[in-house]
Design a protein around this ligand. Sequence first.
Ligand code: SF4
Length: 312
Amino acid sequence: MSVERRPPCLPSQEPDLVDRIADLKRARNAVILAHNYQLPEVQDIADFTGDSLELSRKAAGAEADVIVFCGVRFMAETAKILSPNRVVLLPDPRAGCPLADMITADQLRAFKAQHPGLPVVAYVNTSAEVKAESDICCTSANAVRMVEAMDSDSVLFIPDKCLGTYVASKTSKRIILYPGYCPTHHRILVEDVVREKQEHPEAVVVAHPECTMDVIELADAVESTSGMLRYTRGSDAKEFIICTERGLLHRLRKDNPAKVFYNPCRLNICPNMKKITLEKVFWSLEDMRPTIEIAPDVIERAKKAIDGMLAV
Ligand code: SF4
């Protein structure tokens, strides 16, 4: 059932919505996780904010019966893989990731058949079924290390060709790319960064490796979302141009009130990330759905790929 069919009984202006979510969360013994790209008001009610793997590991360590994952589907699936006996709620079942959806398990099997014997390094932005067909997972922070850990001179890298191209520039291994990409990071153009840099010449440019290579080449630092949080906190610089989904700026500004963060682009909004609203968080806790369900054999095989990464 789509959560959209429910009447808007709790408009976001309702002052006690946040309190009612907190009450329900306690009653359900739930933990609320929000990705760094979520709407500010959703980030603000979360027990933990962070990147997808960081959040799933937090959830696995928490003593909650229910995990409300404010993010996109592959993230909620990762939480389910790491906590298979808990209820995992994704407040809007339509919140998918276009990058993850660019490769299915069938397409991966066909890709592997074209390159027999080569190991598959799968970016965490993939479905549970695709992870189950992969040798090891990686995040944007550890992709180079995972590729180098493979016992082969050549690896298949899925699904993000931008991250894969960046990794290829950092390793001597041969990377065979799959042609996926993140539409949101693709909207950040070189012209945007150049213009922003002209307006703020002192600002440090920090880019996510899902950006295109020409943007990455302009960056002073290339970091995952968690890496950007650490980098900006530890830097002596006072101004930063942040090349990723704009939701991260909320957290950066909260964490660093004395520093200034510039968003280089008007179009770097991931519409799927913004599908989760406070109302949907409330409804999901009230109805205990939509839940994430994954076949046990898929969980088992996908977990091997994630565990392989954690072991490295
Ligand atoms: Fe997927 Fe890109 Fe949106 Fe992240 S920002 S969820 S990679 S489409």
